[in-house]
Design a protein around this ligand. Structure first.
Ligand code: LFR
Length: 421
């Protein structure tokens, strides 16, 4: 059987053909599109979704003409959404969660409800990137006040483009911060309390259900949040084993049956997202390879050269990686944190990897406190599995066994879920 797994990451989107034979899944890359958010005329970061989806749909059409495909599954980065008008069209291009409007709305929203209360209602740690703040910003700006609209998170939006049906798969919907803590539906009390329009939220569906069809091929819901699919691909996640799903972010945590939203979890900033089958990933959302990607782009570096220089480079100090979010001068921000005006660029890159590893070690200690269980193993997936120095440093600093698995974890988990339907 063959499946199409579409994995929309926030720095690159991939389409892979997955083939299952004797319980083994092999992935063949059909297309990959690097992309990024860009400033609009009003100075806001938005995604050029029409362009990205146009390319993807073209590739899907080509593939299903040639191969017999059993189903199509889509996963994407979380929290961002498109707003669809009653003519069925996107009202405008989706905002990027890195845009400053989330921060502004965060302050306003918490004038009316405390972070602690919000956390106990949804289990989601209050993070300015979350959809709840973006929707609150929409409300305050009157963005679609006079229109009848629906919202669709990015994976659901592509599924809508393909099938004409607007749904919200649970795992990605949990990243909005607007689901019940039980994870089964939107929390309409919270939605009302915030003054949001409850009619914009689509029907919730679960992984394994279908959105509809595209050219007679079923479009099925996998864990549509890329983190959920990445975790689904991992084996051996027992009570002493944590996961580290890496990409633009480092998602470090544990899989549980129920959310933990007590004081200790709140103080340690652990969030309870939903994954396949309604289980919970209790995780810390740590800034990740985005920092390295920005430095690479700004200094015209490449990863092969980084790998060649990194052993002889020097760590210049420890960075506060949680505060490295710049989209246009990451290198400058790092130097400012280090209190230097000039340095060897490979020293700077090594310092970033070192600081990211240190930050994960902090998260390990916090997770142990939150769950009361010692972590003995970390199973890693995603791009950082290829960053040799990062993995070695994490191993040395944490003194924990690190198992590196697939670098394309989300795509694999997406295909795996399809193959079980
Ligand atoms: C990873 C991820 C994280 C989410 C961030 C923004 O790709 O989906 O889980 O916090 O991107 O959506």
């Amino acid at each position: 059987m063959k499946y199409l797994a579409i994995d929309l990451g926030s720095s690159s989107a991939r389409i892979m053909l997955a083939e299952k034979e004797n319980q083994n899944i092999t992935l063949t890359e059909i297309a990959r599109f690097p992309h990024c958010a860009a400033l609009d005329n009003a100075g806001h970061y938005r995604w050029d979704i029409d362009h990205l989806f146009g390319n993807i749909v073209e590739q899907i059409k080509k593939t299903i003409e040639i191969d017999k495909i059993a189903s199509i599954g889509i996963c994407s980065w979380g929290v961002d959404y498109g707003v669809i008008g009653d003519d069925g069209k996107l009202i405008d291009m989706p905002y990027c969660y890195r845009d400053a409007r989330g921060e502004n709305a965060f302050c306003k929203l918490h004038q009316g409800i405390t972070k602690e209360d919000l956390y106990s209602i949804s289990g989601i740690y209050p993070n300015p990137i979350n959809t709840i703040y973006q929707l609150y910003a929409d409300k305050c700006e009157g963005r679609y006040a006079d229109k009848k609209v629906k919202i669709a998170l990015i994976a659901d939006l592509l599924a809508y483009y393909l099938t004409g049906n607007i749904r919200a798969e649970r795992s990605n919907a949990s990243t909005t911060g607007l689901l019940n803590v039980t994870g089964d539906d939107w929390n309409y009390d919270l939605i009302d309390k915030l003054g949001l329009d409850s009619s914009v939220f689509p029907q919730i569906i679960f992984d394994g259900q279908a959105y509809g069809e595209f050219c007679n091929v079923p479009v099925v819901a996998v864990g549509t949040h890329d983190t959920a699919s990445a975790i689904y691909a991992l084996e051996g996640l027992d009570s002493k084993t944590a996961f580290l799903a890496s990409g633009s972010w480092l998602l470090f945590g544990k899989v549980l049956d129920k959310p933990v939203c007590d004081k200790v979890a709140f103080e340690n900033k652990y969030t309870n997202e939903r994954i396949n089958g309604g289980r919970v990933s209790l995780l810390d959302n740590i800034n990740g390879l985005f920092v390295v990607q920005r430095v690479v782009a700004e200094n015209d570096l490449n990863y092969k050269e980084i790998d060649e220089h990194i052993d002889s480079a020097t760590v210049l100090g420890e960075l506060d990686v949680d505060n490295l979010m710049s989209q246009n001068d990451m290198t400058g921000d790092i130097k400012t944190q280090l209190g230097i005006s000039d340095c060897d660029i490979y020293d700077l890159v090594k310092t970033v990897y070192f600081s990211l590893a240190k930050r994960v070690v902090v998260a390990v200690n916090c997770l142990q406190q939150v769950t009361g269980t010692k972590i003995e193993k970390i199973v890693m997936t995603g791009g950082a599995t290829k960053a040799r120095y990062f993995v070695e440093t994490l191993k040395n600093l944490s003194k924990i066994d690190i198992i590196c698995t697939k670098s394309e974890g989300a795509t694999y988990g997406n295909a795996l879920r399809q193959s079980e339907i």
